[in-house]
Design a protein around this ligand. Structure first.
Ligand code: KIV
Length: 272
């Protein structure tokens, strides 16, 4: 049992497990602030990820590495205040769990205690399994993340598709099984061949969530700013944009500027 709630409709890790068993796809999107989380939760999303992609889309950094634990807690607590139904998963940021399981546990506890989130996500396989196991001993649900793991971008050197070669694909499958064995409740797989994602999904009891991993995973995740079309310059093949909010918002600002300049705004009915 994970997220404890008196609200029977609240998503839990058990709900996600049941969805996999019943073949119902799981939906997941990122959110980093109250207003966006409210829209996404009201729309009926299953899982909200307070991703360390906040480092890119909220703070404008080139990578996810600079974001801090305090900043993640700030984003997560803003999201939590909006959410009534979704399971809220928070990324442990770079440098707060790798190579030190005691530090990993205290980072996870800070997130759970100070933000009220329901679970944490960590990037990596066997190299972080001690951290995952230690966090699990505190009763904190953990989600895994394999494939393109952006916190390792300087190791990879590129954001290209991972695990195309057999050796890396076998390692990914073995990492996935290991993470399941130690007790993660779900697994994100980012930017890997669709066939490999399908194989991993079929080999695991826990749900898999893909991003750029084809449609045979148990669910899908996108960065909400990409889905809404706010981030114009990011155009990977896997991304489907559902809006062009960048141009919509820009047009609204241009209209506002023009209305103020021409003294059209505010008009008589917009004043006291
Ligand atoms: O930080 C993030 O937004 C993520 C998703 C891309 C899965 O980890």
């Amino acid at each position: 049992m994970s997220a404890v709630s008196k609200d029977a409709k609240r998503m839990t890790t058990l709900t996600l497990q049941r969805m996999k068993e019943e073949g119902e796809k799981i939906t997941m999107l990122t959110a980093y602030d109250y207003s966006m989380a409210k829209v996404i939760d009201d729309a009926g999303i299953d899982v909200i990820l307070v991703g360390d992609s906040a480092s890119n889309v909220m703070a404008g950094h080139e990578t996810t590495l600079p974001i801090t634990l305090d900043q993640m807690i700030y984003h997560a607590s803003s999201v939590i205040r909006a959410v009534k139904k979704a399971l809220v998963v928070v990324d442990l940021p770079f440098g707060t769990y790798q190579g030190n399981s005691t530090k990993a546990l205290s980072s996870a506890i800070r997130i759970m205690k100070e933000s009220g989130a329901h679970a944490v996500k960590l990037e990596g396989g066997e190299e972080i399994v001690d951290s995952v196991s230690r966090i699990l001993t505190a009763g904190v649900p953990v989600m895994g993340h394999l494939g393109l793991t952006p916190q390792s971008i300087y190791k990879f050197g590129t954001y290209t598709v991972r695990a195309k070669e057999d050796e890396e694909a076998q390692q990914l499958l073995s990492d996935a099984k290991l993470l399941e064995r130690v007790g993660v409740f779900g697994l994100v797989m980012e930017k890997i061949p669709a066939d490999l994602a399908k194989t991993v999904t079929e080999n695991l009891r826990i749900p898999t969530i893909g991003i750029g991993a084809g449609n045979q995973t148990d669910g899908q995740v996108l960065v909400s700013h990409d889905l809404f079309g706010i981030t114009k310059e990011f155009n990977p093949r896997f991304l489907r944009r559902y809006m062009d909010l960048y141009n919509g918002m820009k047009g609204a600002v241009e209209s506002y500027i023009s209305d103020v300049k021409s003294s059209d705004f505010p008009n008589e009915s917009e004043q006291y």
